[in-house]
Design a protein around this ligand. Structure first.
Ligand code: TRH
Length: 355
C-alpha cells in the first residue's frame, strides 16, 4: 500500500522520532512511504542515511500520487490538500490518527473508534483513532522484528569504544536523557555509592551535569562523558549499553523497555498536570506483580525525578542490590510486552480492514 504520513514538530524530538520509526517500520515491510514533516532538521542527525522506501518531503508539498492510507500523527492536523483528497478523490484513502502513547484507561476505550470531521471547505470525512499502548486492547508498541534478539547479542564495550568511550571494569553505566530543570545534582549524589560512568545525551543532560560537575565532569565515584547527537540506531545502542537508563518523553521510554535494563521515566510536563495522571497509570502497569520493596523504591524514584530540579533521588533505590531486583522485574515485563502484536503489524491490519 502507499502511505502518506504527516508530522508536525511541536517541541523536542519525539514527534519526528516516532514518525521516523513508523515510516521505516512500514517501509521495512515493503510498504511505499512518504513522510511529510514541517521541520525535518532533526532527521539530519537522527537518520543520516535515510531509509530505503521512505521519501521525505515538506509539510505542504502536493500529495502527488494518491495514497491508500493517510496517517495524521498526534492529532496535529493535515494540510488542506491532503484533507481534500481524503474525501474528494474517487478512491478516498483511509485516514488514521496515530495518537500519543499512554497507559491510561481511555486508550483501550478509544482505540479504533471513528471520528467524523470536516475539511477546510466543509466536506465531511472520517479519521480513525489508533492508540499505541501497553495492553492487549490497544495499538501496541513500536518494535521491529528481531529487536530483542539484536539487543541480546549486542557487545556494549566494543560499541562504546567505537564512539570513543572507554569503559572500566566494575563500573556501572547510567544513561541520562532528560529535560532542563532536572534533579541532576541529587542524582550525582545518589550515584556515589558505586563506581559509575554517566553517559550524557546531547543537550539538556550535558548542560546540567556540566554545571554540577564542572569541566572535569567527575566527582567522587562518578565520572561523566558528554555524547554527541547520536543517530536513532545508535541511541538504541546507548540504552542497550547501560545498567540503568533515565529517559524522557515517549519514544525513549519504549526503547528503554526493550533495552531490558531498569529505567526512570521523565514525562513531558503538561500545564494542567495531566502528566501526573499519566505517570500513575504507567506505574500501575509497570509494577503489577513486583515485590513490595521494589514497588516502593521505583515509585519514589519516578515521583521524585518528575519533581523537577527540587526532586531528591534516593540512593538506596539505585544501589546495586536494588538494581538487580529491578532488572529481573523489567525483563519479565519486557517479555510480556514483546509477546504482543507490535504497532506496525497492528497498523497494517487496521489500515487494511473495513476498506
Ligand atoms: O524529545 P522528547 O522529549 O519528545 C517529546 C515526547 O515525545 C513527548 O511525548 C512529546 O509530546 C514532546 O516531545 C513534544 O523525547 P522522546 O519521545 O524520547 O524522543 C526523543 C527522540 O530523539 C527519540 O526518537 C530518540 C531520538 N534521539 C536520537 O536519535 N539521538 C540522540 O542522541 C538523542 C538524545 C535522542
Amino acid at each position: 500500500m502507499r502511505w502518506h504520513l504527516y508530522c508536525r514538530v511541536v517541541d523536542n524530538f519525539g514527534d519526528v522520532g516516532v514518525a521516523w520509526r513508523l515510516a521505516t517500520g512500514l517501509a521495512s515491510r515493503g510498504e511505499d512511504v512518504r513522510l511529510a514533516v514541517d521541520d525535518a532538521r532533526a532527521l539530519a542527525w537522527m537518520a543520516p542515511g535515510g531509509a530505503t522506501g521512505v521519501e521525505i518531503c515538506a509539510w505542504a508539498d502536493a500529495p502527488g500520487s494518491a495514497p491508500d492510507v493517510v496517517l495524521e500523527l498526534f492529532g496535529a492536523g493535515l494540510p488542506d490538500a491532503a484533507e481534500a483528497a481524503a474525501c474528494e478523490s474517487p478512491r478516498a484513502p483511509r485516514v488514521v490518527n496515530v495518537e500519543h502513547l499512554s497507559a491510561e484507561g481511555y486508550v483501550e476505550r478509544s482505540h479504533g473508534l471513528p471520528s467524523p470531521r470536516r475539511t477546510a471547505r466543509g466536506r465531511p470525512f472520517t479519521t480513525w483513532y489508533f492508540y499505541p499502548g501497553f495492553t492487549k486492547g490497544t495499538g501496541g508498541l513500536l518494535r521491529e522484528p528481531g529487536l530483542i534478539e539484536r539487543r541480546e547479542g549486542f557487545d556494549a564495550r566494543t560499541w562504546l569504544r567505537s564512539i570513543g568511550v572507554e569503559t572500566r571494569p566494575g563500573e556501572r553505566r547510567v544513561g541520562l536523557f532528560c529535560y532542563p530543570h532536572s534533579a541532576v545534582a541529587s542524582l550525582v549524589e545518589a550515584l556515589q555509592g558505586a563506581p559509575t560512568l554517566l553517559l550524557l545525551a546531547h543537550g539538556a543532560a550535558t548542560e546540567q551535569v556540566g554545571a554540577v560537575l564542572g569541566p572535569t565532569l567527575a566527582r567522587g565515584a562518578v565520572r561523566a562523558v558528554a555524547l554527541p547527537r547520536l543517530s536513532q540506531l545508535d541511541f538504541d545502542r546507548l540504552l542497550w549499553s547501560c545498567d540503568l537508563n533515565f529517559v524522557r518523553g515517549e519514544d525513549s521510554l519504549v526503547r528503554a523497555i526493550w533495552a531490558g535494563a531498569p529505567f526512570v521515566w521523565q514525562l513531558y510536563i503538561q500545564d494542567d498536570g495531566a502528566h501526573r495522571v499519566k505517570l500513575a497509570a504507567f506505574l500501575d502497569l509497570l509494577l503489577a506483580g513486583a515485590p513490595a520493596d521494589l514497588v516502593a523504591a521505583v515509585r519514589q524514584v519516578f515521583g521524585n525525578w518528575n519533581d523537577g530540579a527540587s526532586g531528591s533521588i534516593d540512593a538506596a533505590a539505585l544501589a546495586p542490590a536494588s538494581l538487580s531486583a529491578w532488572t529481573t522485574h523489567v525483563r519479565r515485563w519486557r517479555g510480556e510486552l514483546a509477546g504482543r502484536e507490535d504497532l506496525v503489524t497492528g497498523l497494517l491490519r487496521f489500515a487494511a480492514s473495513n476498506r
